[in-house]
Design a protein around this ligand. Structure first.
Ligand SMILES: [Zn+2]
Length: 275
């Protein structure tokens, strides 16, 4: 069995503020060890449960966060940017997928809650429902017939995962107090919780699951008009309001790629503060 671990950072052990996940900062240097620890715990659990291969795909920011020299030597690491499926690169070749270090979606309560853009994108909705990265990625995995077996992050991420990945094990490594505050468990504790959950999670991998069918209507609500205006340059994308754009896709595979392209267009249209 081949397991993909999609490793984001905002939901890693101990992470509570933007500096913790900003590449190059002193705090990021510290927290990349925590993310590596969470990831290693999942890898240990998966191999204990009989996994043959584990590929870890970096899913945060520059996608260069994990410490390869400290990674469990039985796993392999896909590091770096410009992958067509981004956070989910490798899912089409996997038998099961784990979301490590995940977080709540934009506009929702949760530690460092956001969807792709930390500012600018207020909310992503898919067929009218608010969608976090976890939900979006779970839909893509389900379309590919790949079960989500493990989710780690704050308690609110785990609560939400019970909806979009009902058979997955989840581990709350921290309890959200505000967007930038949480009650955190030390890495020794979270590693043990993640290891045990990962080992138990593969039972869910063999379960038949229904394949979600499109069409999928993506709606992006921005906090400024120029972000929506910029996105309308992309074919099939139309304005649905002064700050919202939408497009429809038959397959989640195409929807995900178009959404990711729009986040890059919108990110380029953000302006410096002028207040
Ligand atoms: Zn993320």
């Amino acid at each position: 069995m081949r397991i993909l671990v999609s490793a984001d950072m905002e939901g890693a052990t101990g992470v509570t503020c933007p500096q913790d996940v900003r590449p190059g900062s002193e705090q990021w240097q510290r927290f990349r060890r925590m993310l590596t620890s969470d990831t290693n715990a999942a890898i240990t659990g998966f191999f204990a449960a009989g996994a043959d291969e584990v590929l870890v795909n970096e899913a945060h920011s520059t996608m260069r966060n994990l410490l390869l020299e400290e990674l469990d030597p039985r796993a392999a690491l896909l590091t770096g940017r410009h992958k067509s499926l981004g956070m989910m690169e490798g899912v089409l070749d996997a038998d099961a997928v784990a979301f490590v270090g995940y977080h709540a979606g934009g506009g929702q309560p949760g530690v460092l809650a956001h969807t792709y853009l930390s500012t600018g994108l207020l909310q992503l909705r898919i067929n009218g429902e608010p969608a976090s990265e976890g939900r979006l990625n779970a839909l893509l995995a389900a379309e590919a017939g790949v079960p989500v077996v493990l989710v780690t992050g704050d308690d609110l991420t785990c609560e939400e995962a019970a909806v979009w990945a009902p058979h997955a094990r989840s581990v709350a490594v921290k309890t959200c107090v505000t967007r930038y505050a949480a009650v955190c468990l030390p890495p020794v504790r979270t590693a043990e919780l993640i290891r045990v959950a990962a080992a138990e999670s593969l039972e869910a991998a063999g379960r038949p699951q229904s394949v979600p069918r499109g069409p999928w209507r993506f709606e992006l609500e921005f906090d400024a008009t120029q972000l929506a205006d910029a996105c309308t340059a992309v074919p099939t994308v139309t304005a649905t309001g002064p700050r919202t754009v939408a497009f429809t896709s038959e397959r989640m595979y195409d929807g995900m790629r178009c959404f990711r392209a729009l986040t890059q267009v919108a990110a380029a249209a953000r302006e410096p503060d002028f207040d």
